[in-house]
Design a protein around this ligand. Sequence first.
Ligand SMILES: [Zn+2]
Length: 487
Amino acid sequence: MSNSTGKYQVLARKYRPTKFSEVIGQDALVRVIENSFKSGRIAQAFILTGVRGVGKTTTARLLAKGMNCIGKDGTGTVTTEPCNECTHCIAIANGNHMDVLEMDAASRTGVNDIRELLETVQYQPNTARYKVYIIDEVHMLSRSAFNALLKTLEEPPEHVVFIFATTEIRMVPVTILSRCQRFDLRRIEPHVLIKHLQSIAEREGAQVDEDAMKLLVRAAEGSVRDGISLLDQAISFSTGHITAEVTRNMLGLVDKGRILDLVEVIFKGDAAGALEELKAQYNDGADPQTILMDLSETIHFLTVVKINAKTLDDPTLSPEEKTRGLELSSKLSFPVLHRAWQMLLKILQELSYSPDHIMAAEMAMIRLTHVAELPTPHEMVKKLSIQKDDQPATETGDPPIERISVEKVQAEIKESLPSAKSKEEGNIEKFSTDPKPELREPPVEKPNHTHDQKQQISKENPKQRGLKDNKLVASVFEAFPEAKLVK
Ligand SMILES: [Zn+2]
């Protein structure tokens, strides 16, 4: 883990690509740059965009090197495989080349900063082929700074090349963008990153278990830099052998298998079992908020798997996650998954003002198990239709309770909603999925109408009707809290 001088060097720096052939996961970009270098058609301004850690700054420096490298013998030309040995390559790598100027726009946003940077733009490069201006986080520049930059960009001197890097391409003015060759750096695919980290681990003499590697790559979220930094941490966290457990501890993660256990008991409607499993995970050191976040992540995972089983091809998934994920997703219906997702979002929001996270998580488990037991609107309508057709006598010998027909439930729901006046026939599905209750007509003219109708209905349906109806409507509202807004 140390370089030739014996000094410790972080892995992310040590394994930074020194030529384009070492750049991973950006094949399209590398190909385009190779072609333009070969044909000698080098743009005067580049803009590199992508999420953090995908290699924007690294690519910018590689471009600067490639444009200025003269080769070991001093006769080289523009290349995508800089020698890393000539004076230019070395100076650029050390960040002290006179003709390669770097500025971080995150800390220097003003027009004077840009003016200062561009002061020497008209002069020929001192020793290099090109004068390269690298501006990182270019979207942070002020408006007047952009204007000052634009002036130079409109007619740049031939020997000048600008390289901009940004995480927020939409914040860069179109006038700037239109003058740049744009490269979108992609997130690194998991299988590419796994291979890359594996080779680094080997070179570092560290043994990384397959599951541990999957966890690291998943946590890196497509960023090479994060991936290498996490590997670096894992190496110092362990004694040469990195297991999934070590990695989970380091990342503060809960075992995915245990989260799947929790999902299972919740959807069985087993509140006591869910509380027990939650407590066990908590006692093992898991943070309640993390558990809830992992739960929602798992709900999302199951829903996506249900839509497309190809999702399971993700190489960062463990075999257990694949088999259990497929099994669970086929058992659970979309409405149940959607409901759980909505509830978890709400619970996570509420967590910020809950006095105690474990308490809130416990309440969440109870709520989730209860909701898991509720029928979906579809099931409810089906059940009611069956009851309408087949009315059994009660065992107690009481007069049979009048069953409610689907039409009556719909009428009841329509009546409770101002939007019921719509010409279309309302139905339960429609009402339950209406996303914007606040856009409905204001309930100003409702009271009299509702009152009249209610009286009418109760005349038609004497005695027991009220109790049964209220229960049903209450369960509809419980399943769809948004409906409460318009009740
Ligand atoms: Zn060189």
